[in-house]
Design a protein around this ligand. Structure first.
Ligand code: NAD
Length: 342
């Protein structure tokens, strides 16, 4: 109808309408933890905006949601300025897009695909943990990537977060480095999510839309006692500044994080070929339902930190990583067959 007409005749107006709609849904999702549309519907709005901007680069603005890390910094918690920005990830919606990304990576690396570290994409909320002289001093959310929220008190209630790094982690820390910022995902196991929502419904409270919103909402409680009861867990997978450690790449970093005492996801694979990467993605998609926590894809990262540095970042995401997104859960059975055939 009228909307379609404006989409074809006036891309500037359509882009602006999309931005407004996306901003509204981002606020519902990140600030209120209460999305009103599905992730798939949200992603297709983003996709349409991206396509318009690609066709009409003059319409791109710095404030466009395509140029920013989604997220929100509320007033309930003290703001934390991230010393190193916290990025989002670009998406590959199917194996074709994943292949196209791997081709770009190979091109950037002189024609050869470098080793790629593949991890589960945990459907939780980003968290940054700062340790000073081995002791946890701060926990911050991603927020808008530049500024997050200080959730230290609440994160201290999450049982698998070490309050001190293990001694075994020390030898790899570069001389003179006193402060380390480690990053990962805080999530709510499926079982705990179901229990929480069942209780919410019984008590006439609004249930959470998904475990990710439940995790984010539980973390941003005024009362840490409530966070403690919510049964949150973490999987850690990154360091803000990799020069602080004597490790050469993502694979080694994961081993170090484990030695340091963090909860690290065991489903990782270091792949040498595109076929191996595709195989890992398909395997994870098949195993998705059997995992006790939700995943919404596989994250593929160029393993070597030196290569990552060469490739760098766009405004919102690293060029050296991609999120291969699974189809929305309801449609998994249907799409699984198609995906495996590709
Ligand atoms: P994202 O979740 O698609 O990907 C980036 C994040 O992945 C990182 O910040 C990190 O926290 C996480 N991650 C999990 N496992 C990881 C791993 N092993 N390595 C690296 N990172 C890992 O991006 P986003 O910007 O946080 O959010 C976009 C998502 O939120 C989309 O799925 C979108 O549909 C949804 N969303 C939905 C609505 C809605 O109204 N339904 C609104 C806004 C956003």
């Amino acid at each position: 109808g009228a909307e379609l007409a404006s989409a074809t005749s006036d891309p500037a107006a359509r882009a602006e309408a999309l931005r407004r709609e996306i901003e509204h849904h981002s606020y519902q999702y990140y600030a209120l933890d209460a999305p009103t549309i599905s992730d798939a519907a949200f992603d297709s709005l983003m996709r349409e905006l991206r396509e318009i901007e690609a066709a009409h680069p003059e319409l791109v603005t710095a404030a466009s949601p395509t140029q920013r890390v989604g997220g929100y910094v509320g007033e309930q918690f003290a703001p934390v300025a991230h010393e190193q920005r916290m990025y989002s990830l670009d998406n590959a919606m199917d194996l074709g897009e994943l292949d196209a990304w791997m081709e770009r990576v190979a091109e950037a690396c002189g024609g050869m695909l470098p080793p790629l570290c593949c991890e589960l994409k945990i459907d939780g909320s980003s968290i940054a943990l700062t340790y000073e002289d081995g002791t946890l001093v701060r926990a911050a959310t991603r927020g808008d990537g530049t500024t997050g929220e200080d959730v230290t008190v609440n994160m201290r209630t999450v049982c698998d977060v070490p309050l001190r790094l293990r001694d075994a982690a020390r030898p790899a820390i570069a001389p003179g480095v006193a402060s380390l910022e480690l990053r990962g995902e805080v999530y709510m196991p499926k079982k705990s999510f179901e229990t929480l929502n069942a209780a919410a419904e019984e008590e006439g409270r609004q249930p959470f839309a998904n475990p990710r919103n439940a995790a984010a909402g539980s973390l941003r409680q005024k009362d840490p006692a409530i966070t403690k009861m919510r049964d949150l867990s973490t999987f850690m997978y990154a360091i803000a500044d990799d020069t602080a450690l004597d490790v050469e790449g993502q694979w080694e970093l994961l081993q170090w994080l484990r030695e340091a005492g963090f909860h690290v996801n065991p489903d990782v694979r270091l792949c040498k070929t595109a076929a191996e990467v595709r195989g890992f993605c398909e395997e994870c998609l098949r195993r998705r339902e059997t995992l006790p926590y939700e995943i919404d894809g596989v994250v593929v990262k160029v393993n070597a930190f030196a290569r990552q540095r060469e490739m760098g970042f766009t405004a919102r995401a690293p060029r050296w990583a991609i999120a291969f997104k699974f189809p929305p859960e309801e449609k998994t059975t249907l799409l699984r067959d198609i995906t495996v055939q590709v």
